[in-house]
Design a protein around this ligand. Structure first.
Ligand code: TMP
Length: 213
């Protein structure tokens, strides 16, 4: 049985995930909790190699299903090698993107539909986040925050793609209690105070002092 808290952070490109993840890590560390910070696609040597293939701007010919399967493959390795062992050891895992990114980007963005969820159920084998923060920001604003030359293969997709991704996220937020929408069009401090308040509530509800784990 997993003992640690598993948190994932989601949102459109340019929604400020990295800044919020750093603030959350600091919050847990100040509480003396053992935190593992990781990301997708990536987090292991094998998954980082898959990341390079997926995001390479030169791989324009990549088939959408290949893309979905590569994200799922990177995730399967990440869960098996990093996330599951850390949770079993009672550590807190903060993951920059997880399964919801695939459902939003490949399911809605690429319009592959529900097969993306099914593929990923095999990849994660029941290892799902306890709470997911969705940083909500107009994808147009998010995209404009990343310089053209810094955009990877996915970020370079046209605005309509990113709008479908965002619609997917909003639908998932409505469907799953696990996903907490956060208004990301505010100051960095306001956003992180909001996230931390939600985490405090989860820790209290949990009925366990996770410092003891
Ligand atoms: P990052 O820029 O947040 O590191 O993510 C890399 C890109 O990959 C980003 O554009 C979102 C995209 N992505 C997917 O399309 N599907 C996935 O499952 C994941 C994890 C990311």
């Amino acid at each position: 049985m997993k003992k640690g808290l598993f948190i994932s952070i989601e949102g459109p490109d340019g929604s400020g995930k990295s800044t919020q993840i750093a603030a959350l890590k600091e919050y847990f560390e100040q509480k003396g909790m053992d935190v593992v910070l990781t990301r997708e696609p990536g987090g292991t040597a094998i998954s980082e190699k898959i990341r390079e293939i997926i995001l390479d701007k030169n791989n324009q010919e990549m088939d959408d299903m290949t893309e979905a399967l590569l994200y799922a493959a990177a995730r399967a390795q990440h869960v098996a090698q990093i996330i599951k062992p850390a949770l079993m050891a009672g550590r807190t895992v903060i993951c920059d993107r997880f399964i919801d990114s695939s459902i939003a980007y490949q399911g809605y963005g690429r319009q592959l539909g529900d097969c993306v969820r099914i593929i990923n159920e095999y990849a994660v084998r029941g290892c799902m986040p306890d709470i997911t923060f969705l940083l909500k920001m107009d994808p147009k604003i998010g995209k404009s925050r990343i310089r053209d030359e810094e955009q990877d293969r996915l970020e370079l997709e046209k605005l309509e793609f990113h709008q479908r991704v965002y619609e997917g996220y909003v639908e998932m937020e409505k469907a799953f209690n696990r996903i907490v929408g956060i208004d990301a069009a505010r100051s960095i401090q306001e956003i992180s105070a909001d996230i931390i308040a939600q985490i405090e509530a989860v820790l209290q509800e949990d009925g366990r002092n996770r410092n003891d784990l």
